[in-house]
Design a protein around this ligand. Sequence first.
Ligand SMILES: Nc1ncnc2c1ncn2[C@@H]1O[C@H](COP(=O)(O)OP(=O)(O)OP(=O)(O)O)[C@@H](O)[C@H]1O
Ligand SMILES: N[C@@H](CCO)C(=O)O
Length: 307
Amino acid sequence: MRNEIKIFSPATVANVSCGFDVLGFCLDTIGDEIVVRKSKEKGFRITRIEGFELPLNPLENVAGVAALALLNDINLDFGFEMEIYKKIKPGSGIGSSSASASGSVFAINELLGRPYTRHQLTHFAMKGEALASGIEHADNIAPALFGGFTLVKSNAPIQVLELPSPKALYATLIHPEIEIKTSDSRAVLPKQIPLQLAITQWANVGSLVHALHTNDYQLLSSALQDVVIEPYRKGLIPHFDSIKKQSVLAGALGCGISGSGPSIFALSEGLATAKSVEKSMRDVYSKSGIPFNTYVSKINSKGIKIL
Ligand SMILES: Nc1ncnc2c1ncn2[C@@H]1O[C@H](COP(=O)(O)OP(=O)(O)OP(=O)(O)O)[C@@H](O)[C@H]1O
Ligand SMILES: N[C@@H](CCO)C(=O)O
C-alpha cells in the first residue's frame, strides 16, 4: 500500500439554478492539487498551503475538519500530513472549500486501501463544509467525489444520486474577483417561500433531471431557471442581469449563479457555443473595471483524479 498520494480536486457548480442545496456538477479544468502522506505521528497536520492564505490549523481549515471526522471514526496507530496547492479562490462560488474537504478525505481513504464508500466520504467531507458555510450541505462535495451531475436526495443518511452528463454539454464560467462568503449569501435568503414559487421550482428540478436522462436540450434550457434564490442573491453580483441576457443571446441554454456566487455559470450545447458565451461574458465585464477570470470546461464525469 502506498504512503503518499497526489490528487487533483476539482471545482464544482452547486445549485445549477433550480436545485438549491441538492444539484451540482463537476468541472474539468479548474481545481486544487493536494498531496497527502502517512506520518508516524498520530492525528492530522497541514504542513503547507500555497496559492491563497488559509489557516494551517486543522480545526480552522475545512480539509482538517473533514480529515479529523474520518480519523475519529477509525482506529489507527499512525497519522497523515497534507500539502494544499490551492488554485480555486476561497469564496469564489465554485466549491473552493468543497475541493479541500472532499480531496482531503478522498486522499486519506486511498492511502488506507479504500475502507470507506463515496457516500461515507461525503458524510465526513460535509463536516468540513459546515465550517465554511455554517451548514452541512453536500451539493459541491457530491459532484467532486462522484463526478458528473449529482443530486443529493438526503443529507441524513447521506444519499447521492448520480445523474447522466450529456456529452455535448459545456460549462462557461465568469469569476468576478470579489469575495462572497457562503454564510453571507445564505443570510440574505428568506426563511419561507410562497407555494407558487415552490411549485415552479420543483417542476424545474424534475424537468432538469429528466432532460439529463433523455438528452433533451430544449427541456434542459427551460428548466435552468431559479425563481426562489436568484432574486435575493443577484444584487450581490455586479452586472448579473447583463451577463445572463448576453449569455442567452450568445446561445447558452441557461445561465445562473454558481453556488452562492459571485461566479456565474452558463451551460451550452457544444464547445463553440460555450466559447461564444465566454466572449459575451468577457465583453460585459471588460467595461466594468472589476477584475475577472473566465473558464470553459466540459463536465468532468470522474470527479477527483489521482495524479
Ligand atoms: N481549505 C480551504 N479552502 C477554501 N476555503 C477554506 C478552507 N479552509 C477554510 N476555508 C474558509 O471557507 C470560506 C470559503 O468557503 P465558501 O463556502 O464561503 O466559499 P466557496 O467554497 O468558494 O463557495 P461555494 O461553496 O459557494 O462554491 C472562507 O472563509 C475560507 O477562509
Ligand atoms: N447550496 C449552497 C452552495 C454554496 O456552498 C448555497 O447556495 O448556499
